[in-house]
Design a protein around this ligand. Structure first.
Ligand code: FAD
Length: 479
């Protein structure tokens, strides 16, 4: 899927001018050192850059963009390089990759106002730890949290397992600082919960995937740390049963329901097969599983009572077949590991065609039944690993190649499978990009399927922010 528009490599004198901004140690040109910045998790978009810049201050980012504007040099912003749609990948040696990892200061923590102000390169796991040290809680949680960065989370409006209770990254952001294509700095690090002074530039920059500006810092919301968090692993017969359990859990727990993740048996088998320390928390196999988490601001006992009441009701109704409640933090970590490793565990099984779809929550079971039928008719033997954030209606509908199939031949059917699955999603008024974004992977589909008026407005916004098309050109929307 690599796209290589063939822009010529950067001239040596231009490389020197960029290098002078960040200093020679942070201007990488050695192919051996650049290599790691060019490989993305899905191996779909191998990068082609000859220059990687690692700015250490907002001023340096600004100078980079001033020079890029003057010389019309395309810039690709990159955070932790964990994006799944190729947004952080360079497409030609004429593009400069700007990696934000060195911009990683904690600027401020305000326990009373419950905010933290972090620079873009702070790794998500560190952001969570900063909140924890302040006795508070930052709920953004992704399988990639050991590497992805706050700037990348904001630029991709990441979702993850906490959306059900706390919202996606956009909802966790109060203020933003970003450098625009001209090099001007947008100073929007506000801490206000209410601010109705016209168009919201913060919300435009969040989710813009590096096409409107380079995010350098943000004010993020913090929450009271739950006093207790209880997790159960539940075995059940179908996604319909899982929806029934969700309804009961929401009714009993309300805002205490902080995760509700669906997993199929085949995903469990892949995870157990390919992950060290992974084990089935239940005694016998089940067709489907749900990881359910209840949090309480009162006490662990309160969380436990709520969880047990939900499970007791669901057992009585015949909704669930078996359940294990974590008895220790180690148990809880093991349960979560099963869910988090499911993304990686598909890789050793060969090619995997991915979908990141969402439908209205009540239609998830209809969607899965219709999609399985259509996919298996088109490709008998396909191994469907449909898992994800059921509470948000967001399913990662992944198709692993049939056992023994040729990987390249299987992957050549990527678009055909996308068409089949996305047509069903569209019929249900859903989306083909729930949380991973558009990048390169879904750019053409976005242009084909969004309303004409939406695309026209999006192109207008892009032209306004980036008149020379130097910020992540060719990603998300083409002008
Ligand atoms: P990158 O991959 O470096 O970049 C992503 C996009 O943001 C690119 O378009 C890039 O140009 C742009 N960008 C990066 N930094 C900046 C900046 N400072 N300013 C402007 N633009 C910038 N995503 C979810 O939403 N939910 C999940 O549950 C989830 N789970 C994942 C699990 C695994 C195992 C993996 C590998 C990925 C997962 N992802 C998930 C995808 C990915 O981790 C997120 O999209 C994450 O937010 C990307 O952050 P990053 O720092 O790695 O950004």
């Amino acid at each position: 899927m690599s796209e290589h528009p063939g822009k010529p490599p950067l001239a040596p004198d231009l490389i020197e001018r960029f290098a002078a901004i960040v200093g020679p140690r942070n201007a990488l040109t050695d192919p051996g050192l650049i290599e790691a910045y060019l490989q993305e998790p899905r191996d779909l978009f191998p990068g082609h850059a000859t220059l990687v810049l690692r700015p250490g201050s907002v001023g340096e980012v600004s100078d980079i963009l001033k020079l890029a504007s003057e010389t019309r040099t395309p810039i690709v912003p990159q955070g932790g390089n964990t994006g799944l749609v190729g947004g952080q990948s360079t497409r030609s040696p004429g593009e400069v990759l700007v990696n934000l990892s060195r911009l990683d200061r904690v600027r401020d923590v305000d326990p009373l106002g419950r905010t933290m102000t972090l620079e873009a390169g702070v790794v998500l796991e560190k952001a969570q730890a900063v909140a924890e040290e302040a006795g508070l809680f930052f709920p953004l949680s992704l399988g990639s949290q050991g590497s992805c960065q706050v700037g990348g989370n904001l630029a991709s409006n990441a979702g993850g397992t906490g959306v059900l209770a706390y919202g996606n990254t956009r909802e966790l952001c109060l203020g933003i600082e970003a450098v625009l294509a001209s090099g001007e700095v947008f100073h929007g690090l506000r801490r206000l919960k209410k601010d109705n002074r016209g168009y919201d530039l913060r919300d435009l920059l969040v989710g813009s995937e590096g096409t409107l500006g380079i995010i350098t810092a943000a004010v993020l919301k913090l929450f009271p740390k739950p006093a207790g968090r209880e997790v159960a692993y539940v075995g059940l017969g179908s996604p319909r049963a899982a929806l029934d359990l969700l309804k009961r859990a929401e009714r009993q727990a309300g805002g205490q329901l902080t995760a509700f993740e669906l997993m199929p048996r085949i995903g469990m088998e892949f995870t157990i097969r390919h992950t060290q320390g992974a084990r089935d928390p239940l005694d016998a196999p089940h067709r489907w599983y749900v990881l359910i988490e209840i949090s309480s601001n009162r006490s662990a006992a309160d969380a436990r009572d709520t969880l047990e009441a939900i499970l007791a009701e669901a057992f009585e109704a015949g909704t669930v077949e078996d359940a294990a409640v974590a008895q220790s933090l180690t148990d809880a970590a093991t349960f979560w590991k099963m869910r988090e490793e499911m993304s990686w565990a598909q890789k050793p099984e060969g090619g995997s065609i991915k979908h990141d779809v969402a439908v209205p929550v009540a239609r998830v079971a209809d969607f899965l039944e219709a999609a399985d039928r259509a996919v298996l008719e088109a490709m008998p033997g396909a191994r469907i690993v449909a898992f994800g954030h059921l509470g948000d209606g967001n399913i990662h509908y992944n198709i692993s190649q049939p056992v023994g199939a040729d990987k390249a031949a299987f992957l050549s059917r990527w678009k055909e499978m996308n068409r089949i699955v996305h047509a069903i999603v569209a019929e249900m008024d859903g989306t083909f990009s729930a949380e991973h974004g558009i990048g390169l992977l879904k750019r053409d589909e976005l242009a084909e399927t969004k309303q004409g008026v939406e695309i026209k407005l999006m192109r207008g916004v892009k032209r306004l922010f980036d008149p020379y098309d130097i910020l992540n050109p060719g990603k998300l929307v083409q002008i």
